[in-house]
Ligand binder design. Sequence first.
Ligand code: CUA
Length: 167
Amino acid sequence: MNIHSYEKIWLVVAILLIVGFISTVTYGATAVGIDMVDDEGGTVNASALDEDPRFSEPRVERVGDNEYEAYVIAQQYIFKPDPITVPANSTVTFFITSPDVIHGFEIVGTNANTMVIPGQVAEITVNFNEPGEYGVVCHEYCGSGHHTMEGSVVVQPEDEFESGGDE
Ligand code: CUA
């Protein structure tokens, strides 16, 4: 079989494009600081969050040296707690769920960005080094108040955190 040389060139170009596209997707999914959200946060009864040990009281809990867990509820049209207060130089694992509809949870300026699905618990870990304040936005359309749904993460200086209190 005789393949025309132009056709050979296009065959090679097509294969290179396919390899290139697969590489960009792989890079986007695994490059530094990027972590896909999976189902390791588990599930929860969305209609009984007030009876759930993790979510009955949305809060930040210390679980180790500089390690914290934040239990967050995203609901029409607020985040609880708000603000989410954590100390500087900490690693915070957020567990987020919703009692009503699908929301988004993005901590602007960090790697944290997930959908929040009723019945599912999204889990994301973020390092906070410097004191400061980050906006939290809902980026999934969730109803008439969607555009007003925002919260914040306040990173306090370490020595102020215990006394400064939560919420
Ligand atoms: Cu919640 Cu949009």
